[in-house]
Design a protein around this ligand. Structure first.
Ligand SMILES: Cc1cc2nc3c(=O)[nH]c(=O)nc-3n(C[C@H](O)[C@H](O)[C@H](O)COP(=O)(O)OP(=O)(O)OC[C@H]3O[C@@H](n4cnc5c(N)ncnc54)[C@H](O)[C@@H]3O)c2cc1C
Length: 444
C-alpha cells in the first residue's frame, strides 16, 4: 500500500490521517506548529442545523455528515479515551421581526417536504415553529422582543477536545505526527506526486519542540490565533508538543515516508500527498491547481453563563450565534472579516458581538467574559471545499471548508476516501472537485 503524507494537523488532516492509517497506509502528518491549534481550535463547533436545500451541494455534505456524526464521535472517543462532547441539544433559529419569521415559516415548509408527517424526507424530526411563548419556555433568558423561532435538529461538539481526541486516536493508530515541520512545496515526477519539500527552518523548530515543550509554535509563519483571558493564547493552550520521534534519535524524518539525505535533506517521499493546510493551503508551491483559498478572520468570545443557562445552540440571521458548552461557557461568534493575516481582536468586532448578544439574551450583561480569540477560516473562492484529486496523480485536496468545517467533517472524510479508492461516493462529488479551479493557472 502506498505511503501517505498529510500536510496540516487541523481536524481535516487529523481525521484523514486516522482513516488512511485504518485502511493500512503508513501515514506521516506534517504540522507546521502544533496539531489542532488553528481554525479547528478557534471554531464554535456547531454541528447540524441542516436546513434542506437539494440544490445546494454543501447541504448533501452536511446531511451525510449529520448521519455519520454520532458513530464518528463514539469511535474517536473509544479510540482516544477522550470524550469530544458531541451533543445533540437542538438548534433554534431566531426571528426578531415579522419578515424574519416569514422566512422561517417558509424554511419549515420546505423542510417538511410532506406537511402530514413529523419527519423530514431524510428521517430527521421536522423543524418545529415556535411562537414567542414557546420560545421562552425552551429558553427563558431570551429577549421578550423576539418574534419566534424554528427548532431544528443539531447540536455541537467541543472542537478543542475533538482536535485532541483525534490527535490521540491518530497516534494510537500509528500515524506519525511531526510538529514544527513546515511543508514548502509538493514534489512531482512525470505528472505524479513524489513527496514534499520541507522548510530548512523546520529542523531547529523540531529540537525546540522537544526541549522546551512549546517551542515549535514560534517559528516561521504568522500567528494565527490570539486569546485573551482565561485559557491563554492559542499558542500555549493545552500544552504538550507531541514529537516522540525527535527525542528518540530516529528523527521525525523516518517511519512511513522516506527521507533523502544530503542535498535533499529536506525532501520527503510518498506516493500520496494530501493537502489539508487550511487557510494556508495556497502558500505551498507546485500545487495543481493552485487552490484559491484566503483567510477569513473570525473574532469570537466566551462568557461564563453559569447564572443564565442557555441550553440550545441559538442562531440569528447574520450572526451572532450562541453555543453552550458543557463547562458552563457560552461561545458567541463570530465576525467574518477580510483582514489578511492580522489575528487581532478589535474593539469594533468585540463590541458588535457583545451588543448583539445582549439584545438577544439580555441577562448576558452580567456574565464574566471568560475568553476572547480569533481564527482564520479557510475560505475558498466559490464557498465550497476542495475534496478529491488534484492535477497530479497522488495529489489530493481536503481544504477550503470556510465557515463550516467541523459540521461536515465525517462526510468530507468519507467522500475523500471513496474518491481515493474508487468506491461509490456517499454524495455527489463534482461540486467539490479541486480541478474546477484548474483554469486559474498552475504553480511554477
Ligand atoms: C471563529 C470561527 C468559528 C467557527 N465556527 C464553526 C462552527 O461553528 N461550525 C463549523 O462547522 N465550522 C466552524 N468554523 C470553521 C472551521 O473551524 C474550519 O472550517 C475548520 O476547522 C478547518 O479545518 P482545517 O483542518 O481545514 O484547518 P485548520 O484547523 O486551520 O488546520 C490547518 C493546519 O495546517 C497547518 N499548516 C498550514 N500550512 C502548513 C504547512 N505549510 N506545513 C505544515 N502544516 C501547515 C496549520 O498550522 C494548521 O494546524 C469556524 C471557524 C472560525 C475561525
Amino acid at each position: 500500500m502506498a505511503d501517505a503524507i498529510v500536510i496540516g494537523g487541523g481536524v481535516m488532516g487529523l481525521a484523514a490521517s486516522r482513516e488512511l492509517r485504518r485502511r493500512g497506509y503508513t501515514v506521516t502528518l506534517l504540522e507546521r506548529a502544533k496539531p489542532g491549534r488553528a481554525a479547528s481550535w478557534a471554531s464554535a463547533g456547531i454541528v447540524g442545523a441542516t436546513l434542506r436545500d437539494e440544490s445546494d451541494p454543501s447541504y448533501h455534505l452536511r446531511r451525510v455528515s449529520r448521519e455519520l456524526w454520532p458513530a464518528f464521535a463514539d469511535a474517536v472517543y473509544s479510540e482516544s479515551g477522550m470524550d469530544p462532547e458531541y451533543r445533540e441539544m437542538g438548534c433554534i433559529q431566531l426571528a426578531s421581526d415579522g419578515d424574519e419569521l416569514l422566512a422561517l415559516q417558509r424554511a419549515a415548509r420546505r423542510q417538511r417536504g410532506n406537511e402530514t408527517t413529523n419527519e423530514q424526507p431524510n428521517g430527521e424530526p421536522a423543524p418545529e415553529l415556535l411562537d414567542p411563548k414557546q420560545l421562552r419556555e425552551l429558553e427563558p433568558a431570551l429577549s421578550a422582543n423576539l418574534a419566534g423561532g424554528l427548532l431544528v435538529p443539531g447540536g455541537n461538539v467541543d472542537n478543542r477536545r475533538l482536535c485532541k481526541a483525534l490527535e490521540i486516536a491518530a497516534r494510537r493508530a500509528g500515524v506519525q505526527i511531526e510538529t514544527g515541520v513546515e511543508v514548502v512545496s509538493v514534489t512531482t515526477t512525470g505528472g505524479k506526486v513524489s513527496g514534499v519539500d520541507i522548510s530548512p527552518r523546520s529542523a531547529p523548530a523540531l529540537h525546540r519542540a522537544v526541549g522546551e515543550g512549546s517551542g515549535a509554535l514560534g517559528h516561521g509563519s504568522s500567528t494565527h490565533s490570539a486569546a485573551v483571558g482565561e485559557g491563554g493564547g492559542a499558542h500555549d493552550h493545552g500544552s504538550s508538543t507531541h514529537s516522540p520521534a525527535v527525542g528518540e534519535g530516529s528523527g521525525a524524518l523516518g517511519h512511513g515516508t522516506s527521507t533523502i539525505r544530503g542535498s535533499s535533506e529536506f525532501r520527503r517521499g510518498a506516493d500520496l500527498v494530501l493537502l489539508a493546510a487550511g487557510a494556508w493551503s495556497a502558500n505551498i508551491a507546485n500545487l495543481r491547481p493552485v487552490p484559491p483559498i484566503a483567510p477569513q478572520r473570525g473574532q469570537i468570545l466566551a462568557l461564563d453563563q453559569s447564572s443564565v443557562g442557555v441550553r440550545h445552540v441559538l442562531l440569528t440571521p447574520g450572526d451572532p450565534y450562541f453555543v453552550p458548552r458543557a463547562d458552563g461557557r457560552l461561545a458567541i461568534g463570530a465576525t467574518r472579516e477580510e483582514a489578511g493575516w492580522d489575528p487581532s481582536l478589535t474593539a469594533g468586532g468585540i463590541a458588535w458581538l457583545l451588543n448583539r448578544a445582549m439584545d438577544v439574551v439580555p441577562a448576558l450583561q452580567d456574565c464574566p467574559i471568560a475568553e476572547m480569540w480569533t481564527g482564520f477560516r479557510p475560505a475558498s473562492a466559490d464557498g465550497l471545499p476542495l475534496i478529491g484529486q488534484g492535477g497530479y496523480d497522488g495529489l489530493y485536496f481536503l481544504t477550503g471548508h470556510g465557515p463550516s468545517g467541523i459540521a461536515p467533517l465525517p462526510g468530507s472524510i468519507a467522500l475523500l476516501m471513496a474518491l481515493i479508492h474508487n468506491e461509490p461516493p456517499p454524495l455527489p462529488a463534482d461540486a467539490f472537485n479541486p480541478r474546477r479551479f484548474e483554469n486559474r493557472g498552475q504553480a511554477a
